[in-house]
Structure formats: C-alpha cells, structure tokens
Design a protein around this ligand. Structure first.
Ligand code: 3H9
Length: 677
C-alpha cells in the first residue's frame, strides 16, 4: 500500500471472528483503494491463525453498491477485481457477508464469493448492470445460477430489478435474516456458528433450473428490450453457465462484459446515470440554500394536465386543492382522478383504502380564494397569455406570502406571466409532461426574477414526487418543445418532397424512439395549436384539421385508424400531400432514410447547441435528460447531445450545411474540434 492510498477498509476482531469493514462513502463503491483494502485485509485475516471466521460488512447507509462507475474507461489502478474475489472465495475460513442497504452489482458479486450471507429485512440485493448497458462482470452471471437457479438468475440479470431480502432468503441468496438493528452482532454470531461447517465456495456448487426460461424471457420482453444489447448479453452468459465449466463460463462472461463496456450503448447509459444526478444540481446555488416548506398544493384546472399533476402530490400524501371554473368540469376532473386510481387499484398498484386516503386529501373547489393556504400553486389552464396573466394577477392577491406560483405552460413566457404579480421572485414554470402522473420529466423554468430558494424548492419537490427535474430558461418551448419544433417542421417539408408519414415514422422508430413525429401528432391531437378556421388552409396540417382529421381520437389524422386504433396509411392524406406539392411546385423525389435522419434529428442537435449557448439549459447533459425522460429518446443513445458525439459533430455539420441549415456557432466549434458536447 502506498502513502496516498485512502484507508477505506479496516479490520476489527471479536474473539476468533475477524470483521472487515468497508467505508467508502457515499455508497461504498468498489473504488481501487477498496479493492486494495479488501486484498490486504483478507490477506491479514487469513494469515492470522487466531481468526477462525471472517465477516465482511460496510459502514454507512449501505453494503457495497457496485463497481465505481466513475473509474470505467480510465486506466486500471489497484488490484484486479476478479482476482480479489477469487481469493475471497478460495479462503480457507468461512466468510460471511453482512448486508444492509443495497448489495448491488459488484457488491452482490462480492457477497456471492462470500460463503454465507446474512441480511437485514430492509436490504435489497440485485445486479442492475443491465441498466448501465452492462452485465455483472465479476462472476455474477456464473455464480447466481449456482445459488438461485437459472430462472431467478436470468430474470435478475436481464431486468436488473433488485430483490427484497425476504425474497432473496426464499431463493437461497440470503441464508439468514438479521435483526434490523443488530446486523453487526448477528453476523458475528452467524459466522461463529459456521466455523464448524467451514467454507462453501459458490463456484463449486451445481447450476440448477430450466434453461428454457431464457427464451421465454426474451419473448416476454421483446418490446421493452427493442434495440438494447445488454439484456441479451446477460442472458447469453447465464445460458453459458448451464453448459460450461465454471472457469470457461467466467471467461465467456469477461469477453461479453468487455464488448459491452467498450460499446457505445453502455457509454450512453452510464452518461445518463450521471446526467440524471447532475440535473438536480443548480449552478451557482449554494448546496445549503434553505428550502421553502411545501405542505399543501393548489392546482388550477381539473383537465387532463391538472388532474395528472394533482395525482403526483396525492400519492405522496400532500393535500391538494383543485380549482375549476364550473361545477361540471370540476366533477368530471375529480371523477377522472378517482377512475385512474381505481384502475391502478384493480391492477394491484394501490390498496382500495390507499385510494380512499388519496381522494380524502383532495379538496375540489370553484374558488381561487380557497388557495390562500397553499404553499405551492400550479396553474394548468389552457395556453393563453391573457388568461394566465389574469389568473396570476388574482393569485397575487390571494396567495399567502412566500407561496410559490407556478405555471404549467409548455412554451409561454414565464417572465411575462410574472409581471402580472407583485412578487416575480415567487413565480416560475413547472412544465409537466402528459400523462403528468406517469411521465418522469419535469422542466422547472427559471424566470429572470425567480428567487433561488423558490427554484431550489421546485426542484426538490419535483424529486419528492418522483420526477427527474431539469432547470430550463425562459424561451419558446423551453428545452424539449423548442427542439421538437425544427424536427416537426422538417418532417412536414419531407412530406412535400416525397416522403410519407409512414416512412418518416419508421425511421424514428428504428432509431429507437417510441413513435415518430406523425404518430405523435395523431396521439397528441392534430388540432392542438390549430387556429380553428376551417377556411384558412395554409399547411398540410391545416388541411387535416379542417377536415376533422384530428388524430386517433377521430380515427383519422396522418393515418386512418380502425376501432382498435390500429393505424394504416391514408389515401386521403396522400391526396392532400399531393395537392400541396402541386401548389408549392415541389417535385416529388425519392427520400432516403438517411436524409430523414439528417433533416429531422440533426436539426435537433443544432437547436440544442443554441439552447446551450443561450444558457437556457445549464449543461448539455440536461438536454439529454429532457429527451430521455420526456420524449422517450432511446437511453442507449444517451440523448441528442451525447448522440451527437457518437455520430460525429463534423458529420452532422457537413450534412446540415448540405441541406441548407444555418449552423449554431457552438455546434460549428465542436465540429471543428471534432468533439462532442
Ligand atoms: C458494476 O458493479 C459492474 C460489476 O459487475 C463489476 C465488473 C468488473 N459508482 O443515486 P444516489 C454516486 S456496475 C460511482 O443519488 P441514492 C452517485 O453518482 C455498478 N458513484 O443515491 C451520487 O453522486 P453525487 C452496479 C456512484 O441513495 C452518489 O453516489 N451498481 C455509484 O438515491 C449518491 O447516489 C449500480 O448500478 C457507483 N456505483 O441511491 C448501482 N453509485 O452525490 C448504482 C452511486 O456526486 N447506484 N454513485 O451525485 C444506485 O443505484 C444508487 O446510487 C443507490 C443509492 C441505490 C446505490
């Protein structure tokens, strides 16, 4: 050990039991110095003849939560992890892992080379590597099937979902449950009891279970795993465990792990892991900024958005007063919330009494005056500046001092809305995405005068209700919808030039998006944002709207739909496109799929670069988070800005220039430096 090695592993003795303790906050990740500490301390415990059994446990909130992801892709340092694990498993004295918090990834792999495992009831055990585009690369895919069987091992590795301790005990992954508050002592007693049994190396146990489950898992998850490499690589390793001797299985796992580790999908998924955590941080704001108390929330508007927004708070036990203008609209809105909860209860997500509890803290009202005691008021009425200003003007007189006044606007100027009040510091945007009780993204829009503590409170409350909150600056459409605009515009132009809605959508779906631009229009409503004058037909969209082709809800939009909402290409839409093409004098030509990418996805990167240089997003990775959680951008491509780096910013600029786009200076800079964002 050299002098600059942090001491993150120590050893104590309790009679003949040595207790090795990992202490590497915040999550006891297996950083190089932890691996070094494990090697040194296990070496010492094994060399000490007075030690008859060894306990491995962790200080702080959790057992080892995995490899240190921030070390990935950097030059290796410290001892090789597999070698350290190999020597623990080969120990001549019984080794017990004492688990609390989360034993994840390399952490569970460490527990698996221990000969026995004891855990507190609240512990969770899993191998979430697949969520980082990886697989357990330190024997997890080979040892799990020997401990829990093929079915559980295949499920755990390919889904990444952790098991609660009780389930782990049922499967044999945990040998004994400890008292919730007595793990340290219980683990020592358990180790002492195992001295007579001696070591039980996992590698020497037999794989058991039916390998057929692997194909069933693939079939069941085909849609969810579309485009992803890692779930399949995980399953290939578990399958290999069923037919290869242990060391060969380990070599196969290593080969698969390295392939994923140096591939672009895992790089993208690791980027998003850190990006999501980074998004919560507000530049220039001290970490200890005091937050405002939010105990009661007001929501104005009981439509789809207002209802969905309210549900988020009710589910966290935060009372909501929901206000509508008219009795029937209010009743309808509250009825929809109840219906949604009942449907979730029928699926087992909530107990009926929980639904009653949530509905019990919802207060419907027809008067804004009832919002006087709310700490946060979210306006979710339709997109009209005058209406919003009127509401904020009234709120200014009603809301208590210090209440945060938020608008759920998806593109309007939050600074202008704030001028309707005498407290612009309390005004900000909280842009939820539809369906608001499901979608994870929340854009928190920081106005010019928004007070830092109001902003920090909105971000914190976003986290509390389970959202991934991202700070956006005031501009038309903020981050997400602003980038959507050039994509939609180009998609429409492509129709005129010869592409079909089906072709454009297919390219987007093959890219990994859940749906393409025209499928999205049909789902959201072709009539959204329409001027509502059937005689004013200036675009293909106007023509569709004028004919009542408003999308799925009318069984006709850019596609025709049958009773079950299955789409088919529409001859009428083809005619409309043809008419516009003739009118515009555009010649029809063959559009390649590559051109669709260059003209719909590359302009998004260009717009992202503008957003970044205007300071409307704090960092490129925030833009990626917006697109992953708000629009279903495939996580294995890391969001548009990360993807730009994979694709090559120089290639993107060359294509955009070829198609006549004005290039954002920041994008040009990146292209010249041949770098990503
Ligand atoms: C692996 O193990 C591969 C192996 O097979 C080995 C092959 C050879 N590394 O999430 P939080 C940071 S792959 C480095 O906010 P929570 C995180 O960035 C790994 N850093 O806390 C954050 O930093 P900051 C498999 C990590 O309480 C801070 O810790 N394991 C790591 O809400 C707090 O994190 C996983 O995938 C890490 N592994 O949740 C588990 N983990 O404060 C990944 C966290 O600067 N981790 N950090 O922003 C998690 O799922 C959650 O962090 C956990 C705690 C549930 C543990």
């Amino acid at each position: 050990m050299s002098e600059d090695t942090p001491i993150s592993v120590t050893m104590e003795k309790d009679g003949e039991v040595a207790v090795i303790i990992v202490n590497n906050p915040p999550v006891n990740a297996l950083s190089w110095h932890v691996r070094q500490g494990l090697e040194d301390n296990f070496g010492a415990a094994l060399a000490d003849d007075s030690v008859k059994a060894i306990v491995l446990r962790c200080a702080g909130a959790t057992f080892i939560a995995g490899a240190d992801i921030s070390e990935f892709g950097k030059p290796p340092r410290g001892p090789d992890f597999n070698a350290v694990l190999g020597s623990i498993e080969a120990a001549s004295k019984p080794v017990v892992a004492a688990i609390h918090g989360t034993a994840l990834g390399g952490g569970l792999e460490t527990a698996l080379v221990c000969h026995y495992r004891i855990a507190v009831p609240s512990a969770k055990l899993g191998v979430p590597e697949v969520k980082l585009g990886l697989l357990p690369g330190a024997g997890g895919t080979q040892r799990l099937p020997r401990v829990v069987g093929v079915e559980a091992a295949a499920t755990m590795t390919s889904t990444g979902d952790p098991l609660p301790a009780a389930k782990a005990k049922e499967l044999g992954l945990v040998d004994e449950l400890a008292g919730e508050d007595s793990l340290a002592a219980d683990a020592i007693a358990f180790a002492r009891a195992k001295i007579a049994d001696g070591p039980r190396p996992t590698r020497e146990r037999e794989v058991f279970g039916d390998v057929g489950v692997i194909e069933q898992l693939k079939a069941r998850n085909a849609k969810r795993w579309r485009g992803f490499e890692a779930p399949y690589a995980n399953l290939a390793c578990v399958e290999a465990a069923t037919r290869l001797p242990f060391d060969e299985g380990l070599a196969f796992e290593r080969e698969q792990f390295m392939k994923l580790m140096f591939g672009s999908q895992s790089a993208a998924q690791r980027h998003i892991f850190f990006a999501e955590r980074q998004a919560a941080k507000i530049d220039g704001l001290p970490k200890d900024t005091a937050l405002r108390d939010v105990k009661k929330v007001g929501v104005i508007g009981a439509g789809t958005m207002g209802g969905g927004i309210s549900m988020n708070f009710l589910q966290k036990g935060i009372p909501v007063t929901i206000v509508e203008m008219a009795e029937d609209a209010l009743d309808r809105g509250v009825g929809v919330i109840r219906k949604n909860y009942d449907a979730s209860a029928a699926k087992g997500r909530f107990k009926p009494e929980q639904v009653d509890q949530m509905m019990g803290i919802l207060t419907p009202s027809l008067s804004l005056d009832d919002l006087a005691d709310c700490d946060l008021i979210i306006e979710a009425v339709y997109e009209n500046m005058d209406v919003k200003k009127d509401i904020f003007g009234k709120l200014d007189k009603i809301a208590k001092p210090g209440a945060i006044l938020a608008s759920n606007t998806s593109y309007l100027d939050v600074d202008e809305i704030a001028t309707a009040t005498n407290r612009p510091g309390d005004v900000l945007g909280m842009h939820f995405f539809s369906p608001a009780n499901v979608m994870k993204l929340l854009e928190v829009v920081r106005g010019e005068k928004t007070a830092p503590d109001a902003l920090a409170t909105a971000m914190a409350i976003g986290k509390k209700i389970g959202k991934v909150a991202v700070v956006a600056g005031v501009c038309d459409g903020f981050i997400g919808n602003r980038m959507l605009k050039p994509r939609q515009m180009e998609a429409m132009k492509l129709l005129l030039e010869g592409a079909t809605p089906a072709q454009v959508d297919k390219v987007h779906v093959e890219f990994g998006m859940p749906m393409g631009p025209f499928q999205m229009s049909d789902l959201a409503g072709v009539d959204i944002g329409w001027h509502r004058d059937p005689n004013r037909i200036e675009s293909i969209r106007d023509a569709l709207a004028a004919e009542g082709r408003w999308g799925q809800k009318k069984q006709a939009g850019f596609y025709d739909y049958d009773d079950k909402r299955n789409p088919s290409e529409s001859p009428r839409v083809a005619e409309i496109i043809e008419e516009f093409r003739a009118k515009a004098g555009v010649e029809k030509r063959e559009i390649t799929d590559q051109e669709v990418i260059e003209r719909t996805l590359y302009p998004m990167v260009n717009e992202g670069a503008l957003i970044l240089s205007e300071g409307k997003a704090q960092r490129a990775s925030d833009i990626d988070v917006v697109w992953i959680y708000g629009y279903g951008w495939p996580v294995y491509r890391g969001g548009p800005m990360f993807w730009a780096g994979l694709e090559g910013t120089d290639k993107i600029v060359a294509a955009l220039e070829k198609h006549g786009f004005e290039i954002a200076p920041l994008l040009k800079e990146k292209a010249e430096a041949k770098s990503g964002f």
